[in-house]
Design a binder for this molecule. Sequence first.
Ligand code: HEM
Length: 209
Amino acid sequence: MSSLAAADEHVAATPAKVIQPGWVRVMHWVNAVAMIVMIMSGWQIYNASPLFDFTFSRSITLGGWLAGALLWHFAAMWLLIVNGLAYLLVGLASGRFRKKLLPIKPVGVISDVKAALTFKLAHDDLSVYNQVQKLLYAGIIVVGILIVLSGLSIWKPVQLQWLTALFGGYDFARYVHFFCMAAIVAFLIVHVVLAILVPKSLRAMIIGR
Ligand code: HEM
């Protein structure tokens, strides 16, 4: 057998590198489902007592009415909290967050944003996040923690008064909760568009390789 044919056979026999380990994939998709249910039911809850001069169309809300939406919101809340805590603990303990999301350097973010806008950002090695991905993923994890804490503070403002006070009171915590939702929706739009533009990243988040 020629050395070229042997090399070809070797490449075919070598399993592709795991880019997203199983625990990341499972927790990512559980989180995505929980987040989407929380956002859509949250819009229905918001409609019952809007903070601003607009309401969300019923066609994009979940729950049908206030009580129904609250049931969906609290059910998905447990899924989000348990799954989110597990993701944080494993991410920290395994060193994944340190390895994949750090360091984030302003100069690197600026040059990667420029490269992305001129379609020059490389996606050859999916196992390494660029500076924009690092910033967005680390940022959305912080927003995820904030939305859960502000939510808990408006759910139990008497039992968790210290937490509500930390957010500057009940009314202010509601605004924090709303703007975290807006940040997650904005992230989600960009995130899904990018996943469609780079389909191999989506495949890796589904089958790992
Ligand atoms: C349903 C829509 C979603 C799709 C199609 C999607 C798709 C993806 C894909 C393809 C990746 C890997 C991207 C890469 O290699 O850069 C990824 C990673 C990630 N996504 Fe999503 N995602 C969705 C929802 C969400 C939501 C709702 C959140 C959080 C609010 C989220 C947070 C993240 C984070 C933090 C990572 C990095 C994970 C890690 O490396 O530990 N995603 N997503």
